[in-house]
Design a protein around this ligand. Sequence first.
Ligand SMILES: OC[C@H]1O[C@@](CO)(OC[C@@]2(O[C@H]3O[C@H](CO)[C@@H](O)[C@H](O)[C@H]3O)O[C@H](CO)[C@@H](O)[C@@H]2O)[C@@H](O)[C@@H]1O
Length: 608
Amino acid sequence: MKTTEPFSHVEHAHTHNPLLNHPEPPPAAVRKRLFIGAPFNITLLFILSILLVILNQQVLATNSAFPEKYSRKHSQVDRLKWQRTAFHFQPAKNFIYGPLFHMGWYHLFYQHNPYAPVWGNMSWGHSVSKDLINWFELPVALGPSEWYDIEGVLSGSTTVLPNGEIFALYTGNTNNFSQFQCKAVPVNISDPLLVEWVKYDGNPILYTPPGIGLKDYRDPSTVWKGPDGKHRMIMGSKRNKTGLVFVYHTDDFTNYKLLDEPLHSVPNTDMWECVDFYPVSLTNDSALDMAAYGPGIKHVIKESWEGHRKDWYSIGTYDAINDKWTPDNPELDVGIGYRCDYGRFFASKSLYDPLKKRRVTWGYVAESDKHNQDRTRGWATIFNVGRTVVLDRKTGTHLLHWPVEEIESLRYNGQEFNEIELEPGTIIPLDIGTATQLDIVATFVVDQDALNATSETSYEHGCTKSAGAAERGHFGPFGVAVLADEILSELTPVYFYIAKTAEGGVLTHFCTDKLRSSRDFDEERVVYGSTVPVVDGEELTMRILVDHSVVEGFAQGGRTVITSRVYPTKAIYKDAKLYLFNNATHISVKASLKIWQMAPAQVKPYPF
Ligand SMILES: OC[C@H]1O[C@@](CO)(OC[C@@]2(O[C@H]3O[C@H](CO)[C@@H](O)[C@H](O)[C@H]3O)O[C@H](CO)[C@@H](O)[C@@H]2O)[C@@H](O)[C@@H]1O
């Protein structure tokens, strides 16, 4: 790895940043010093403060902050071209999202419109990879063709049986959008690419159960064998506003018998789409295949909340004899506890990878700019970089989602910055050259004496209801601003914010501020985030993947994750810069970073 000189050249670049700072009164001790002086100084200071307040208010008013609609420098064509990601999976064009599975090669199946970059003509797109990073696009595996799927081959799953048999279960959308479950098989299982698929001629194999809406019944899971030798399949649905998971038993993988009782249900969580269910180990980081059952194992339910477009998980115990699942903590039940990702990430689906004994999950990361841009760009929505999922054995309450190790093969030109002192209210540029494709690992050491000395409490703080990185607290925000232009008119800060509780404890928030990511339209001009547990003895660490229009942030090894789509108009190409900041009012922070440039991944048609 190539390293730069120590960070001395940046130290004298410390600047006071009006864009990040709120017009808050300085702390009492400082205030005293400011007001000792001649009346002339007081008047001057007063005028300056008024100007600062006006400037800050302009910046904080989200839409009116940017009167100039487009940057003159980069044309719209250039901007849209820049948005295409370099190392996140997306096919050459059109619309993607959906499920995946494995066979020899890693096979990724996804919801795909072969004709336009918008939802419609839903088909199963198909790509294969040897390393989860570089992909070959194959022909569409399954497209609408029959009465039961004429309006779309929707999401589902694939199953590989121990005898090598492979089949897919999917939801067919009829001409009136009723949903039926269907089966398909590869034509030739000795083809490692599984290029051709054929639909079962007895489709549909499953009809909507009584009392369930015809449009509330979809996304059949992978089939697995329970400890009693019976095979199971599950599907998400809802009854009134109660989200639930149906369980089916099968002997032949074509006929499925619905059990009377659901595996689990939670009132007021609406339709559960793309339900995922898998075991996690309490004793090590090795993933388990679906059949794993017994002591030392917990089971995770993940659901994608229709309408909200958010993925929720909960950790609990699976009783395979009665096909019932119970959450460890009812207050952290499915849909009311933790999310897989606090940004834009939906309809995720995981794969047990027997090669590396790990579970990898992908979700689709939709666009958040104007819908008509999709057509101009020619593509829409991407996948996150595949993430391994393990139980966080330190907390026991969280999952850890972390980019697959293969992504590190794209790193080059590594640079290290050690122990940069960030005093309250500073922002410094990090001179790393091009800043559009990056892997950043940052550690922050907080001045504990200052933290302990202050009794101020800000327990009520929350990323999503805050004013983002401009909202100054005693102990935050501090972090990294990515995709920022030189004058900070566009920037996406990814940061920690420490809040002290009335009892003297601390609560750490991990946030991404999209309020000033783009001067252009963004339907989610918001601050994303949540709290992140920090276990005794841990430093505050974050990892950020920057890839043009996507920013993935991981705090504390992936306990809290935030994926954002961003559409800067100025901070693009060589004008995209990186900054380190501490906008807290009362603590200094020492930051150490490793930053790599990221090479593009290859996504190509398979060379038949
Ligand atoms: O592509 C269908 C699969 O995708 C899932 C999970 O994302 O359901 C999405 C869903 O919404 C799509 O269709 C809507 C039109 O009917 C459209 O407005 C929306 O933008 C699309 O994402 O698809 C079904 C209807 O087909 C709808 O109820 C969902 O919200 C998954 O559940 C599907 O299998």
